[in-house]
Design a protein around this ligand. Structure first.
Ligand code: SR1
Ligand code: MG
Length: 420
């Protein structure tokens, strides 16, 4: 595209040298900047640029899907959506799990310059290593409740919300990726599908003749496409979270759009369950990671509990939007039906969360993009056994999403499947 160049470790320093807002931070001059490219995601370039005084991250969109190559073009405007989502998330949730500080957005070069989180690692890598993060459930439960509630019609001004829905509705190609890779491809003979061992053939091919599963996946796709509830991150897996023992940051919201709240909560929970079922592939002897398994399940339960508690508080204290107006639920100081309405809202949100979690698990096992939690298990038999259990869990979540009473019941199911 005109005006755009994809930078390399050799050219990024000259670009930065022209940007006072970055040079003032980094110190020195272009010759003193050291760049490395560390992007290991599916789509973009990520540079760490180190100067004499400080270090920054430059994330640049490529005009194609990095994972696949130039044969799959992808618009640069995803960088615009990422930047705008980061701004809104920073405003909606500034206290606990925050987004990184943004220093610069360059539309022409489709890049965002942001804070280098030198003391953090990607949550997925921490989960593979078996590291416990004591604050993560609270931080992410609050992050999701605040960002989702405060960008919804429960809170926002109706006009602002509609304008923002229109703005993000142009993130068509990234939504299309999700619509295809999450809700469609695993359930038919799609060219991009793959799984890593023939031991999974029967199960993976079986999805294509599973009537109830196809219907459930299509119903969740319908909710994804048609429910403009809140500004969702859109790709909130454990690779989109950076952590250490004290701090949690959410990164990479390039898939952001106005969609169903449960999509974010479900994505996170799906990735915890994928981690849970992958643990058998990472433990030196059977049972060595039992305590860690238990921590993952506790984390899932606590995440939902914190999310729900904060959502309930926001419902009471910040319900200023067009939905569930106080004018009809409060009569001369008496609340009539407000709590029942909230309970029913949360019940639907929980059902969505569980359904989306199921779909997100399945797509990471038999679709295009897999997860390192499973991929890094070297022994194919062990990997196949972990993946088969995760696949069984994903199916039950998707098909039976309305039957679960809560996260505890999900965790009981995970334990049952793990012990088979
Ligand atoms: C072609 S992109 C594949 C996946 O990578 C991203 O992280 C999203 O999850 C997307 O579905
Ligand atoms: Mg990403």
């Amino acid at each position: 595209p005109a005006g755009y160049t994809a930078f390399s470790v050799d050219t990024i320093a000259d670009y930065i040298a022209d940007k006072p807002e970055l040079m003032n931070r980094l110190g020195g001059d272009a010759s003193q900047l050291k760049a490395t490219e560390v992007g290991d995601g599916n789509l973009n370039l990520v540079f760490i640029v180190e100067g004499p005084d400080d270090t920054v991250i430059i994330k640049q969109a490529l005009p194609y899907v990095r994972l696949v190559g130039e044969s799959w073009p992808l618009p640069l405007k995803r960088s615009f959506f990422e930047y705008n989502a980061l701004v809104r998330q920073a405003k909606a949730c500034s206290v606990t799990a925050r987004v990184p500080e943004i220093f610069l957005y360059d539309d022409a070069h489709a890049l965002v310059a942001m804070e280098y989180l030198s003391h953090h690692i990607i949550l997925r890598k921490g989960l593979i290593a078996g590291t416990i993060y004591p604050k993560i459930a609270r931080d992410l439960g609050l992050f999701m409740a605040e960002t989702l509630f405060r960008t919804s019609d429960l809170h926002m001004d109706a006009g602002e919300k509609k304008k923002d829905v229109a703005l993000f509705s142009d993130n068509v190609e990234l939504c299309d990726i999700t619509e295809s890779l999450v809700f469609t491809d695993p359930y038919h003979d799609a060219e991009l599908n793959s799984w890593t061992t023939p031991q999974l053939d029967k199960l993976a091919l079986g999805l294509r003749s599973d009537r109830d599963l196809k219907i459930a996946a299509s119903q969740m796709k319908q909710r994804f496409v048609t429910h403009t509830e809140a500004l969702v991150h859109g790709d909130l897996h454990s690779g989109s979270v950076m952590v250490n023992a004290d701090d949690t940051r959410v990164i990479d919201p390039e898939f952001a759009f106005y969609g169903p709240m449960g999509f974010d909560v479900g994505a996170l929970i799906a990735n915890y369950f994928l981690s849970y079922f992958s643990q058998a592939g990472h433990e030196p002897e059977p049972g060595a990671r039992n305590e860690y398994r238990a921590w993952i399940l506790e984390t899932i339960i606590e995440t939902w509990d914190v999310f729900e508690e904060r959502f309930r508080e926001l419902w009471v204290n910040e319900r200023t939007g067009v939905l569930y107006p106080r004018s009809i639920f409060e009569d001369q100081g008496d609340a009539i039906g407000a709590e029942e309405a909230l309970n029913s809202f949360l019940k639907q949100l929980q059902e969505d969360t569980i359904g989306f979690a199921g779909a997100k698990m399945i797509r990471r096992l038999v679709g295009l993009a897999h997860v390192e939690d499973m991929q890094s298990i070297e022994d194919p038999d062990r990997r196949a056994s972990c993946e088969a259990k995760a696949l069984a869990m994903g199916r039950e979540l998707l098909v039976d999403r309305a039957k679960f009473t809560g996260m505890k019941q999900l965790c009981e199911l995970a334990k049952r499947i793990e012990s088979t």
